[in-house]
Write a protein of this length. Structure first.
Length: 93
């Protein structure tokens, strides 16, 4: 991909492609894990620490934004509230 692709619309596209989108899919650990892997929020099977997220041109598509979805503090491993992600991407046309 040429350039950095960030934003909720990119996250929505990834989320839908992985099977997210119905009222129950945000609970699917498989979809959450695949999503975290694809957008670069996980590495080698673990969720990254917020401080390990990178904000440069080499970041994976959909890497940002993340802050709105965090249930954890910035010094902890990312703990994503997928209910919030589901609401956000559900409102994007």
């Amino acid at each position: 991909m040429d350039g950095l692709a960030l934003g909720f619309s990119i996250q929505k596209r990834i989320w839908k492609r992985l099977g997210g989108g119905s009222d129950t899919t945000y609970n699917s650990r498989e979809i959450q894990t695949k999503f975290g892997d694809e957008v670069g929020w996980r590495k080698e099977g673990d969720w990254l620490y917020y401080s390990d997220l990178h904000y440069w041109r080499t970041a994976p598509s959909g890497h940002l934004p993340i802050l709105l979805m965090l249930k954890s503090g910035k010094s902890e491993r990312c703990n994503i509230d997928f209910k919030i992600l589901e609401v956000i991407v559900g409102r994007i046309s």
